[in-house]
Design a protein around this ligand. Structure first.
Ligand code: WT7
Length: 654
């Protein structure tokens, strides 16, 4: 996917109409960006006022990036409540306005329009239910739900009473779910009977039952009815949400939270070990999510905004729920998939609800592009004004198709680069300010100082037309604060390799004009359909199978997914490599982690290329997986060079 960074030279300036409407044009961007860097305290002090505080802050920023003493605080003496900001403060002016449009998996089922007043009541009821189950300020609640309005109620209900939510994507397996429940020592898990998606149903409650076998027996389970499908029930442990909601009071006072109290934990994959719990806090996160939502998507009152992500990922947190609702927006929540009932579903939904801003992932664009233009062209997409992408670099072909076929050449595409850790967009073109370059994340957002470092020396590379490792020089309010329960891991992961900077894990190029192009991860994290996967996680799942002696996992270019999962597997001496075993291993990984970790290729490897000290040389494995045998580089440090020959000879035919 790095080809875009090299080959692409087209630019697409915004139309006069786009500029005229935009909150931020080129001059304003320059002025605001300069101000945000010259005096971050003044800039963020002012921006902090976009949300309501119970007790206003007097301190804005307290940050230390020095390894060993990393500390990140924003608005630290202010108090507020996130759910009051997303709900209560809108009631007077927009109580009857739709907050959430819910579009179900099956287009024949009815969509729901939930007003701010209704969302407030639903959230309060859910908050009261949680309190009645014993949840208190600071307690953790795991949310394992389909994309239904109750997912938003649950998030906001936690925020309302000061509980910390940790959402687990409904595509994760019981084992992965259990690890996350135990990882944050959750008191309650909120789930549903089943999750309909693409006409199929995932048995969420059964998964939760299986997970809870591995958790403390004090963990309670609140069950939302979605399909009415049958579930087993344990009295005293399982609670019926729909029944309790009939009784629950529809007002619950919002708790007064400190700006630095945790709002949520979200597990994400890293280059080593098991997923870590990224911690986001209350004040700075909300300021950043709401500002970026308004500016990046050029959101105006009355617009209908749709982000196709799942609330199980950070994109759903910041850009389906918290950012849009803090801004009083109308946000669309979609339960289904882009190709069900057919490949026109996204465009049907855009037409049906007159969507103005549409935000999705390159993997979806590539998949739909392959289905042909008729699916798009039969829909009326005249309401669309802004298109967005997120999750991985977008290749020029997909960009062009999105721009021409979906956007009819008139909608700017915001290619937003950010991470679970960053809470919100760090780099993106702004619709009315920048001439787009297909595949470029273009410019830093306000307050963001990207630097390109030499990977070896860690020294900043000045000037334009340069490439290296991407770090960020100073903090911004939406930044993660710590790894749940392991601040040392936080410092080691993000602040140890390049001292004094936040290390993103990405490589990037700054072109001759000073615009940024993300070239992909520089660590052992792979990006499968915009989902982040640690190769170490897949490896540890594989070696947990009794037939597997050793495994090494790398990413390789995949036409639709961006990257696919390529596994080299060494079997135990007494096991035969059969097609059946290959199937079994694939299923095994799906069970251990979830369908998103399903291996694309499993190659039997009698041996793995290792250094004499026993370290697997992944560089070589990556090259073989990429079918790039010409540039294996230096293999002289290998303990046994002949294993490479074998792997090349037997490279799996994909
Ligand atoms: C990684 C973060 C942020 C929400 C979705 C993914 C890659 C993300 C882009 C983009 C090129 C991108 C990076 C980053 N990435 N957006 N616009 N262009 N690469 O969040 O799971 O935390 O993954 O996704 O490699 O580090 P995540």
């Amino acid at each position: 996917m790095t080809s875009a960074a090299v080959a692409e030279t087209r630019t697409f300036p915004p139309s006069a109409e786009t500029v005229a409407r935009a909150h931020v044009d080129a001059a304003k961007y320059e002025e605001m960006y300069a101000a945000s860097i010259a005096d971050p305290v003044a800039f963020w002090g002012e921006q902090g006022k976009r949300i309501d505080w119970i007790k206003p802050y007097s301190q804005v920023k307290d940050v230390n990036y020095n390894f060993g003493e990393v500390r990140i605080n924003w608005y630290a003496d202010g108090t507020l409540n996130v759910s009051a900001n997303c709900l209560d403060r809108h009631l007077k002016t927009r109580g009857d306005q739709t907050a959430i449009i819910w579009e179900p998996d099956d287009p024949n089922d009815e969509a729901q329009h939930i007003t701010y007043a209704e969302l407030h009541r639903r959230t309060c009821r859910m908050a009261n239910i949680l309190e009645s189950m014993g949840v208190r300020k600071g307690d953790r609640v795991v949310i394992y739900l389909p994309m239904i309005p109750e997912a938003a109620y649950a998030m906001l209900a936690c925020a309302r009473i000061g509980a910390i939510h940790s959402i687990v994507f409904a595509g994760f397996s019981p084992d992965a779910l259990a690890a996350r429940i135990n990882g944050c020592d959750a008191k309650v898990i909120i789930t549903a009977d089943e999750a309909p998606r693409g006409g199929r149903k995932t048995p969420l409650k059964s998964n939760a039952d299986a997970a809870l076998l591995h958790c403390k027996d004090t963990v309670k389970c609140l069950v939302v009815k979605r399909t009415g499908g049958q579930t087993t029930w344990i009295d005293g442990r399982d609670f019926d949400y729909n029944e309790m909601a009939l009784e629950a009071d529809d007002y619950c006072a919002p708790a007064e939270m400190n700006a630095e109290d945790p709002l949520f934990i979200l597990y994400t994959s890293g280059s080593t070990g098991q997923p870590k719990g990224v911690v986001h806090t209350t004040g700075g996160y909300l300021v950043y999510a709401s500002l970026t939502h308004e500016i990046t998507f050029d959101y105006h009152d009355g617009d209908i905004y749709w982000c196709t992500a799942d609330v199980g990922w950070v994109t759903g947190h910041s850009y389906i729920v918290y950012g849009p609702l803090a801004n009083g927006a109308t946000t669309l929540m979609f339960e289904g998939v882009p190709t069900y009932p057919d490949a026109s579903r996204f465009w049907q939904v855009c037409e049906k609800h007159k969507v103005n801003q549409f935000y999705t992932a390159p993997t979806a664009i590539r998949a739909l592009m392959g289905q042909g233009n008729e699916f798009v062209e039969k829909c009326d997409l005249s309401s669309l004004r802004i298109l967005g992408t997120v999750g991985e670099p977008i290749n020029p072909e997909a960009w062009t198709w999105y721009h021409e076929v979906v956007g009819k050449g008139k909608c700017p595409i915001v290619d937003t680069w950010w991470q679970t850790e960053t809470g919100g967009h760090l780099m993106t073109p702004l619709p009315g300010a920048h001439a787009l370059k297909p595949g470029s994340a273009m410019k830093p957002f306000f307050g963001i100082q990207p630097v390109v470092l030499d990977p070896q020396s860690g020294v900043e590379i000045a000037g334009n037309g340069v490439e290296g490792v991407l770090c960020i020089k100073d903090s911004w309010p939406g930044q993660m604060r710590t790894v749940w329960g392991d601040h040392e891991r936080f410092e080691k992961t993000y602040f140890a390799d390049y001292k004094g900077y936040y290390f993103t894990g990405d490589g990037c190029r700054r072109d001759e004009d000073g615009d940024y192009w993300i070239t992909g991860r520089v660590d052992d994290v792979i990006n499968v359909s915009g989902h982040r996967m640690g190769t170490a996680e897949v490896e540890s799942a594989l070696v947990a199978h009794p037939a597997v002696a050793e495994a090494a996992v790398v990413g390789y270019p995949h036409e639709i997914k961006g990257q696919g999962i390529y596994c080299y597997v060494t079997l135990m001496n007494d096991r035969e490599p059969t097609e059946e075993l290959r199937k079994e291993l694939r299923q095994w990984v799906r069970t251990e982690i979830g369908p998103i970790a399903s291996p694309d290729v499993i190659q039997w490897a009698p041996g793995l290329p290792k250094t004499r000290s026993g370290k697997i040389m992944r560089r070589i494995l990556r090259k073989i997986a990429e079918n790039d045998f010409g540039s294996l580089g230096d293999t002289s440090t290998l303990a046994d060079p002949s294993v490479v020959e074998d792997l090349i000879q037997n490279r799996a035919n994909k």
